[in-house]
Structure formats: C-alpha cells, structure tokens
Design a protein around this ligand. Structure first.
Ligand code: FE2
Length: 129
C-alpha cells in the first residue's frame, strides 16, 4: 500500500496517524515471504492492531471535540474493524493463518475504504474538503 494524496483529510493529527498505518501495512507486506505469512507477520499485525486502537481513540476524541454528529455510528465501525483484524490475529495464533493476499487485500480495503468514505465525512463536516 502506498500513501496517496486523496487519503488526506486535512486534519493534521489524523493524517499523520493514517500515514503511520500505511507504513505499518507496508511493513506487514514486507514481512511476507513467497506469498505466505510468516512469524514476523503475526508480530507486525499485533503492532498494527495496537496502533489502530490508539489511532481510533484519538480520532474519536477529535470527533467528539468538534461535535461530529455521526460519532456513535463511526465508533461502531471502528469497533467492527478492530474485531475483524483481531480475529485474524487469533486465527493465526491458533495455526489457522489466512493467505498473504487475503490479509493484504483485507487491510488495503479496510484502511482505504474507511479513510476515503468514513473519515472524509469528518473533514466534510469541518469543511476541510
Ligand atoms: Fe475512522
């Protein structure tokens, strides 16, 4: 995954954290070998889950500070995303790994669609885009 200008919400702290997420996904891509997930993939995925939780908390704080009307709905989306990725991690721990392309496809879709469709609504609310 590469950072694209269209990912920018114009909300500086959120954009900075989204960049870190993209970097972590790149690290995850780099941890795969020959189309398969490795032990390192699990470790990076754990790092990603932790960072995502940290980021979602911050994003929710921003939304609540600016009075974003869809905060409750957005919080549910965050919770679902964390649960989805956490369950992949649990599966991996139990020796049921998904394939590298499944994982990358999921994360790309997960981050890109969430930023482009949902986080942009915060920027639209603030009239930043
Ligand atoms: Fe979000």
């Amino acid at each position: 995954m590469i950072w694209k200008r269209c990912f920018e919400t114009g909300i500086r702290p959120i954009d900075d954290e989204h960049r870190v997420l993209v970097t972590l996904i790149q690290k995850l891509e780099g941890s795969m070998y020959d189309g398969s997930v490795t032990k390192t993939t699990g470790m990076v995925l754990k790092e990603l889950v932790d960072y995502v939780k940290f980021h979602f908390r911050n994003e929710e704080e921003v939304m609540s500070r600016v009075g974003f009307p869809e905060l409750a709905r957005h919080k549910i989306l965050h919770k679902d995303l964390v649960n989805d990725v956490a369950s992949i991690l649990i599966d991996m721990k139990h020796g049921k790994p998904c394939t590298a392309s499944e994982l990358i496809g999921f994360l790309n879709y997960w981050l890109r669609d969430h930023i482009l469709e949902e986080d942009m609504k915060i920027a639209q609310f603030l009239r930043l885009v």
